[in-house]
Design a protein around this ligand. Sequence first.
Ligand SMILES: NC(=O)c1ccc[n+]([C@@H]2O[C@H](COP(=O)([O-])OP(=O)(O)OC[C@H]3O[C@@H](n4cnc5c(N)ncnc54)[C@H](OP(=O)(O)O)[C@@H]3O)[C@@H](O)[C@H]2O)c1
Length: 434
Amino acid sequence: MDTLRVGLLGCGNVGAAVVRMLHDNADDIARRSGAHIDIVRVAVRDLSKERHVPLDPDMFTTDARGVAGEAWADVVVELIGGIEPARSLILEAFAAGKSVVTANKELLATSAGELFEAAVRAGVDLLYEASVGGGIPLIRPLRESLAGDRILRFMGIVNGTTNYILTRMAEEGMSLEAALTEAQALGYAEADPTADVEGHDAAAKAAILATIAFDLPVASSDVYREGISRLTPDDVAYARGLGYSIKLLAIAEADGDTVSVRVHPAMIPKDHPLASVRESFNAVYLEGERLGPLMLYGRGAGGDPTATSVVGDLIELARNRAAGSLPSVIHHTAHAPGARERRLRPIEELETQYYVLMEVADRPGVLAAIATAFATNDVSIKSVRQEGHGEQAQLVMITHRASERALRACVDDLAGIDSVKSVRSVLRVEAAEP
Ligand SMILES: NC(=O)c1ccc[n+]([C@@H]2O[C@H](COP(=O)([O-])OP(=O)(O)OC[C@H]3O[C@@H](n4cnc5c(N)ncnc54)[C@H](OP(=O)(O)O)[C@@H]3O)[C@@H](O)[C@H]2O)c1
């Protein structure tokens, strides 16, 4: 049987789980892929760290460039993360004629075009199933199983940390700070939670998925992004009372020749399949023109689930090599010449429903003034709820579908009304009205 020799860059959470999986399931993997998939060299930063992996200590090195470029490995698995040196190492591996498997969403969401181009030039492959949704197969279903259909939209819970925090806020009435502290204690959140809480991680994943789903190169910086840091227990309680859940969603949808890609907290009806995605689980709910709805659900992070995706990519490489197939990277139509002409739609052109929470003084005429602000901006109100009386009242409005531009103008007008002390929050409401 053939042997696929793997140079591994990084042996942390995911890297070590990949090593263990290849070792523990070696016979099945060999039978299914037609090759022994053997790790031959591992680059790390610190050679003195205890790794708990079934590998000879002599295989470890700090010379990552050597692992990427040397001739004794057939493929390279990049599990270092971040932009540099990961980017240069992957380009070196391509230049040395090696296909690469990576889990690096940050890099793909900033440099996919450059990487795919370099891979095509070198006649090698770049596979990245683990970069979005950890163990959930998302890239391969989009690229292969669903390639015949038109994807109309997807909505995803693609960040486990924020989903854990939102679950605790909704189910236990916790503040965001308390839920975050708990998530950190359980190892679900980093010491610096900015990338998760402010939606950067979800934006990178939205960019990667949208690029494949809509044949349009999308980078992280193209994605409209709001995090969850301004959400309060009041928002969560009102949402619940009105029959909604709040989730941090990565959404992309096509409309004619435009595509909008955005990440923000949103209210979704409690009976929507995504509303039942609790704690650190991830899910992507998508709609195909002919397929209809589909939801892929599972563990979006963690060494072992993520390793499943990495090893799946290695098996694809082994099979392709045995079959003498062309690299699948050539099917990345978003970056290929002749890609469909589409443009990104700015957030101002979005049309959706909105939730608006205001602190108001409950005086005669206040509701009429507020209704006028909505009406003059062409935003139609679906429901109004008042909590409290006198100077301490809160008004919660849900609108029908309206444009983001109109809603923003309406919020500006509301802020100018005497009896409106503040517009405390505005959230988009998704999947509630056709
Ligand atoms: N963890 C997850 O659940 C998850 C899920 C999906 C995708 N990912 C992605 O998978 C990748 C790896 O994540 P991880 O959680 O496994 O990270 P990690 O635990 O921090 O491991 C990173 C590894 O890279 C090594 N490394 C760092 N800089 C290096 C350098 N300059 N040269 C050689 N080795 C270097 C580290 O060496 P030392 O061990 O010596 O420090 C470590 O072994 C990232 O792109 C991440 O976004 C992770």
